[in-house]
Design a protein around this ligand. Structure first.
Ligand SMILES: [Zn+2]
Length: 342
């Protein structure tokens, strides 16, 4: 990126009401067959238009073609049985009915590559594509085959690497792996989580990012956050290992969260996507609030490595709120860009 403080989002944007039930996670599709295929692509173009209109620099598909950031990817894999479901505790936080790994996992065909090609044809701007991270995938399943989170994560990492290489070949500039599980399972992060993540990103010709957050603004996450005390120091556990990793960019949550900003010091040298938009609130930030968060981050990250972003995805928000937040992000970044130039 030649422009200073290029803006982006963590990933998802709300879907149009004609495609899926608004303000709902895992919302079922309202269309089917060819109508659904066309509807998803129309929604992708609208999500892109919203980002362009707001002035977002690094754009995405807004995750319009997927129902869930982990499950949709897993649905395309062999070795996972979606009929055989088990209720498991995910992210050590809430129970969910999840599919079961019943045999060796593999990727019989590309998952998002056609969608990424489609997005690439719509825009000349840099594009970022989100994939689930290996640990978060493992944590969203019941495993009756490998019986080892580490082994299964390694298999997923190899599969993700195949997909990521094809996404890069399709013109994706940044492949991002979503690893909210990195904020929960600290021993595993350091034992094998970061190694699996690096395997997923191995040899990619494009830039790579990892997104670690405190989740969508849903009740289970809000309650969990209330249990975390006055300072959220979770990043302290994973950052030293990530600092030494091959991953280029770390996307994290800042605005309205209790994460001490100085933890960014621990990933000195990395590009940092700083969350300057709260996705757990319907209140649209002012440009000045965004600018203030970015200014505080600038004490710990060099300006040419600061990428203003959102704390997490905005899928569960009303569309007008998400649109307002995109505009605030761009306006706040513009204020600080001007200050840096002057
Ligand atoms: Zn997130």
């Amino acid at each position: 990126m030649t422009r200073l403080l290029p803006t982006s989002t963590a990933g998802s944007l709300p879907k149009p009401g004609w495609l899926a039930q608004p303000e709902t996670l895992w919302s079922p599709w309202k269309l089917a067959g060819e109508e659904l295929d066309e509807g998803r692509r129309d929604a992708l173009r609208l999500a892109l238009a919203d980002q362009r209109h707001a002035g977002i620099d690094i754009v995405s598909d807004g995750e319009q073609t997927r129902q869930h950031f982990v499950t949709t990817f897993i649905e395309h894999l062999a070795g996972v049985d979606f009929i055989r479901r088990e209720t498991v505790r995910i992210r050590d936080r809430y129970d969910a009915s999840v599919p079961t790994v019943v045999g060796p996992v593999s990727r019989p065909r590309p998952v998002f590559v056609d969608d990424a090609r489609f997005l690439r044809r719509q825009t000349g701007q840099p594009i970022k594509w989100a994939l689930p991270g290996p640990m978060t995938m493992v944590d969203t399943l019941h495993d009756a085959h490998y019986c080892s989170r580490e082994k299964l994560a390694w298999e997923f990492a190899c599969i993700l690497n195949q997909e990521a290489h094809e996404l890069a070949a399709a013109g994706v500039d940044i492949v991002q792996f979503d690893e909210p599980a990195f904020n929960v399972f600290f021993d595993e992060v350091n034992d094998w989580g970061v190694t699996a993540l690096e395997r997923a990103a191995q040899g990619l010709p494009c830039r790579t990012a990892v997104h670690i957050c405190y989740g969508y603004g849903i009740a289970a996450n809000t309650e969990w956050k209330q249990s975390l005390g006055s300072e959220w120091r979770q990043y302290e556990e994973a950052f030293p290992k990530l600092q030494g990793s091959s991953i280029d960019i770390v996307s994290l949550e800042c605005h309205n969260s209790r994460v001490p900003m100085d933890l960014i010091e621990l990933i000195r040298g990395k590009t940092v996507m700083v969350g300057a938009i709260d996705v757990a609130s319907h209140v649209v930030e002012t440009a000045e609030e965004v600018a203030d968060t970015l200014r505080r981050a600038l004490r710990f990250v060099d300006a040419d490595r600061l990428y203003p972003s959102t704390n997490c995805g905005m899928a569960p928000l009303p569309r007008h709120v998400a649109q307002g937040k995109l505009a605030a992000l761009a306006a706040g970044a513009a204020i600080v860009r001007q200050e840096l130039a002057g």
